[in-house]
Structure formats: C-alpha cells, structure tokens
Design a protein around this ligand. Structure first.
Ligand SMILES: [Zn+2]
Length: 447
C-alpha cells in the first residue's frame, strides 16, 4: 500500500535579509490594463462557494505561457511577461509576516473571501498571491515594480489568477510591512475586477501607505488613474470607479452573523499518542455555513480542509517530530467566526511488527509489506543477530529485513535512517517476492 500523504510544509523563512535601499520609483504595479474589456458588474451576488486567496510566501516556480492563468497548475499568462520559467524565491526575513497576513485578511474581511496560508488542493479554484523576489524573476528590473497581477481581464474576475508581490522592492520603503500588505491587496484586487484609482487612501492607487496612513477599498467614487490629479479614462466602467462597490458586486459581501461554529476533535484524543504521520479528524458545524478547518501543531498551521465528508473534516499531518506537541484545531464559518480547541499529544515511533502506513512511522526506518499487510521493521545483517525476539533476518530484494518468524517476507518500502523526520517522504514499495528458505537465528535486539 502506498500512502497518500497530504503535503504540508511551513518552511522557515530564509536567512538574513538583504539590506537593499533604493529610491522610490514611480511605477508601482505592472498589471496590464491595455487589453481590459469592460464587463458589466453583476446586479446582485448569488451566494456560492466562498472564494479563497492563498498567500504563498514559500516560493514557487511558474511557467509563463499562453493566455490563461491557472494558480493550481502554476501556469501564468503572458500578460505579465514574455514566456519563461519564473522561479520566485521564498519571502526573505525582515518582514512582519504575521502582521502582513493579518492586514491582507482585514482588507478583504468585508467581502466573501477567505485568506489561507496553506495551498489549497490542486483540484480547487483559488487565487494565489505569491510574495517574494524583486521582479527580476519575471524579467523586470530589480526596482521597477512592487507587483503585477496575471489577469485574464482586469475588468472581470480572474478566478484562478496569480498576483506577484515583490517583497524585496519594498525593503527600503517607509512602513514596508504596511506597504507590502497594500501591494498584495492591490494586486489581488486586480484579479477581482478592480482597476487603478486616483483616490489616495484607496488600495488601488499608487499613493504610499506612509503618505496616507490609511489604505482600504474605499466605498466612494473615484476617477481612474494611479494618483490624485492623474485622471485617465476608466476602462472597466463609465466615468468613475468604486473599489468597494465593485467587490460587493463581483465577489459579494461577507456574511455578518456572529454565532460561533461548534467544534469537536474526534481524533487524536487529548494526551493521545500518534506517529509522525497521523490523521486529524474534526467534527465541525455552523448554522450559517462552515468555511474550513485549520490544524496547527505548536502554533504553526500544518493543514486545512474545506471539503468535509458530512460534517467531518480530515487533515493528514506528516513529518511531526517525535515528542510532545500542542495540537490545535480551528473551525471557521463563512462569516469568519472561529472556534478553537487545543490538546496535547505525543508523537512516538512504532516498534518492529506494528502496522504502518509509511516508513517514517517506524523506529526501524522501514515499513515493509507482505501479503497486503504492512508492518514496521528494520534492515538487518544476516551475519549478525539484530532482530527482535520473534523476528528473523530474511532477504528482501537487495537487502535483508527483520520479519516475523511465522510469516513470509517481504517487499520493502525502505528509507534511509538519516531521512527520519523529513517531510515529503517518498515511499517505494517494490513488491518483490522472497522465496529463499528461512534461516533461524538467535535474535537479540540491537539498534
Ligand atoms: Zn495595479
């Protein structure tokens, strides 16, 4: 059995920050308006699935080609750059990321959008805001742009759009955390049918946060352009535009009820013992509609599920370190109300012979399978007595494994002990059949 492992990772932010300083450049956003085609805003918003914005500060590789952007496949249209492979590095240190993420979340809080920091499943539709790099990855100069959005049409929703936000070009800017937040909201705004405004306090203008100390999607008519006095004709509407009104129209207002979801942790139990690979099961309901369930380990988000089976949400955690942890689960409803539970758990490895799904669960570093039964084991030297009592060292492909004496053995899913605890484990089940005669050995445990 090959284990389907839900990807989760929260890489540490990389090394010391670059101490770049640079003069403020006039151009802030490279999003293409030239090809925009007006689209009539919906007269009312039909309630549907809440839109998701994924804030990705972990870096990513995009293929720039064609005319359609798809965040799930990392394909970005040539509206942002000439065809190329763009490798966006992770966000460097020196930024207040929790504050920035909270700021972006607050900017969109009035609208039917939720912000996540874990990549949604690839078969879902979501907007991705990549945060990292300086623009050279897309072929721009290092100080040319704060950001650029890959829109299919800036006057309409780009449901699977990608917004690039060049954190390094913010490094020498006043109030850089607030400015980076403003850039992210601005570029995501383009994916949500917003064009530039002259209103200085609106997120869709080029006026710096430090020059206004207030940035939001302002519910007021504004001429189009990028700063006060620079009026140009609006492309998406006649006369003036209004970012808040367009968001209400295209995206819809967020529900405003204040009843908390109910939440119950079904597995693991409080003070429960789990392996480095374990499932978290949460029963969560809300009278007005659930959004998702988040799972945190020691305060770090490690998983998310927005597609329950009935009312049960399930997240597979992989790579948890051996030892004690605090597991927290958070249910969020569509209005943004949250309910949280926190329990202590202990991560332990399995002994030889215990049932396993993956090698990193096993103290011996090997999860082998025989006749459809998976079990933990270890590599052994047939010339030395290393297997536990009741196990013998038998050939398994090109190696030897400790196997229960009564059973046949083995095909292997093996991994190097040095990989223990690593994330993104690849388990190889080679499916070899072993036909050698069994050898009885005196067995002592030695590992
Ligand atoms: Zn822009």
């Amino acid at each position: 059995m090959v284990v389907a492992v839900a990807a989760w990772s929260t890489p540490a932010l990389a090394g010391p920050g670059v101490t770049a300083t640079h003069a403020r450049h006039g151009l802030r956003c490279g999003t293409d308006h030239a090809t925009a085609t007006p689209v009539a805003p919906p007269l009312w918003h039909a309630p549907g699935v809440q839109r998701v914005v994924y804030l990705n500060r972990f870096g990513a590789t995009f293929q720039i080609m064609g005319s359609t952007t798809n965040s799930a496949t990392n394909v970005v249209s040539t509206s942002v750059a000439s065809p190329r492979t763009a490798v966006i590095p992770p966000l460097e240190s020196g930024f207040d990321w929790p504050g920035i993420a909270e700021c972006v979340t607050a900017a969109f809080a009035p609208y039917d959008i939720r912000v996540v920091e874990i990549e949604p499943p690839p078969d879902t539709v979501y907007i991705e805001a990549v945060v990292g790099g300086d623009g050279t990855e897309l072929g721009f100069g290092a100080d040319d742009l704060f950001g650029i959005a890959a829109t299919n049409n800036v006057c309409a929703l780009t449901e699977a759009g990608v917004a690039f936000n060049f954190s390094e070009t913010h490094r020498g800017v006043p109030e850089r955390d607030a400015e980076l937040c403003a850039t992210i909201a601005h570029e995501v705004g383009h994916l949500l049918a917003l064009e530039h405004e002259t209103l200085d306090t609106d997120l869709m203008s080029y006026v710096l946060f430090a020059d206004t100390n207030s940035k939001s999607f302002v519910d007021a008519d504004s001429t189009c352009g990028v700063r006060p006095g620079g009026d140009i004709a609006c492309r998406c509407s006649a006369g003036t535009t209004n970012s808040a009104m367009r968001l209400r129209s295209f995206v819809g207002p967020r529900a405003t009820e204040t009843n908390l979801p109910s939440i119950e942790l079904q597995s693991p139990s409080s003070n429960g013992q789990v392996t480095p690979l374990f499932d978290v099961e949460v029963l969560a309901t809300d009278g007005e509609g659930m959004a998702d369930v988040l799972v945190f380990l020691d305060g770090v988000v490690v998983g998310i599920d927005a597609r329950p089976e009935g009312d049960v949400y399930r997240v597979t955690v992989n790579g948890a370190e051996v030892g004690g942890h605090m597991l927290a689960v958070v249910a969020r409803d569509l209005a943004g109300n949250t309910a949280r539970l926190e329990v202590p758990i202990t991560v332990e490895l399995l002994d030889d012979g215990e049932a396993c799904d993956a090698a990193n669960q096993c103290a011996g570093g090997v999860c082998a399978t025989n006749a459809g039964q998976n079990f933990c084991t270890q590599i052994c030297d047939p010339a030395a007595a290393v297997c536990d009592d009741g196990f013998e060292c038998v050939a398994a492909g090109d190696t030897h494994l400790c196997a229960a004496e009564a059973g046949g053995c083995c095909s292997t899913g093996r991994r190097s002990p040095s990989d223990l605890g690593a994330l993104g484990l690849l388990i190889l089940i080679v499916g070899l059949k072993i036909s050698q005669p069994r050898r009885r050995r005196d067995l002592t445990r030695a590992r």
